[in-house]
Design a protein around this ligand. Sequence first.
Ligand code: HAM
Length: 436
Amino acid sequence: MGATNPGIVMPSLQAPKGVPDYYPPRSAAFHAVREGLSAPAVRAGYGYVELPVFEDTALFIRGVGESTDVVSKEMYTFEDRGGRMLSLRPEGTAGVMRLVVEHGLERGPLPVKLWYAGPFFRAERPQLGRYRQLQQVGIEAIGGEDPAIDAEVIALADEAFRSLGLQQFRLLLTSLGCAQCRPAYREHLLTFLDACELDDATRERARLNPLRVLDDKREIVQSQIVNAPVMVDHLCGECQAHYDAVRGYLRAAGVTWHEAPRLVRGLDYYTRTTFEFQHDLLGAQSGIGGGGRYDGLMSALGGPDMSGIGFGIGTDRTLLACEAEGFAPGATSLIDVYVVPLGDSAKPAVVGLCARLRRAGVRTDMAFGDRGLKGALKAADRSGAPWVVIVGEDEVASDTAVVKNMASGEQVTLPWEGVVAHLAEAMDVASRGDDQ
Ligand code: HAM
């Protein structure tokens, strides 16, 4: 160790703290969750963007806000070889704004509708459901004032959770007002907070963003702010009309929600419609997704003055929510067919059969090495494949294969040329949910 190169120590072979690994079989459910979360947005015309994992630090400071924990305490920031300050992305919205402006997408048809997925990085105190490398699926709709877009974004998140099979979650909804009405409300709230007995750190938070104090979970703070003024009682006429329209469209889309006038999000850019999805079985990390409007964000970043709205859904937490409700989305086995060669003479035929099955879209694995019939059948069983194909010397000689249905135990000998078609058809029938 270290003796040859004192600068390098042996790695501990453990992932860094707070970084979850996903591996089979659970990774299949993780993958299915990610696919399921993005599918409704894809069906609504959102185009995929692949965002860089790191950006200029200034983008997040200006975009997400200095008063947020996400930027002030949790960013992974480093200087590159050219002396530039870069940060691992703590969230996706600021990066999407940068991408849209840099490539002039906002000069095309509006709204620009985009989705993304992948890892984000926040140096939080890790626990179950709170990670330092967290995964999100997000969408952003940029350049549309129409409250129907707000309803679309919220309904797509709602549909994403529902289509996965989740039931025990709720949508919290509020309006945070705009640049016209928020400053007056802010003063109101500050005056109220001035009269409370708060420690210095909390006063400082109040000065940076008094709304954040409403989110303080400590009893000593909560007991004093029961009667604090809330934004929804101070909306200007336009914000009130916008919020009313959003709720009307949500009703039309069949989405139900809870009014949450004290909802405070962890990021500073929100205006008007703001929402969060919470799951009932996840304890302290109940936020499975959230988002809202950010009408001043693009101009604050130096781009044109364009509105936007989007959401970020936590992929890790959504998977935990599914598991808490007692199911894992996606395929239960990695493969459909497990092929067993008995003896070396059967191997070329089996290798060829695997290739043909895979080409036909049938997920196929085979027994490698020489395990004998018993060992190979045990491996077949463990693979979870609903079908097993056995090819021995007799089958090679007679151009046949034995096909076994693992659920029923039924076994048939088929002519070699018919095996692929038979199994592809069986898979197709299964995927249609047709048990004929
Ligand atoms: P966010 O609320 O900070 O919003 O994160 C979105 C979701 O990511 C959360 O609801 C949660 O499910 C998940 N998440 C956040 N932090 C962690 C963590 N440490 N471990 C596990 N999961 C986590 C945003 O990031 C905004 N960019 C969303 C948005 C898009 N707003 C408008 N457009």
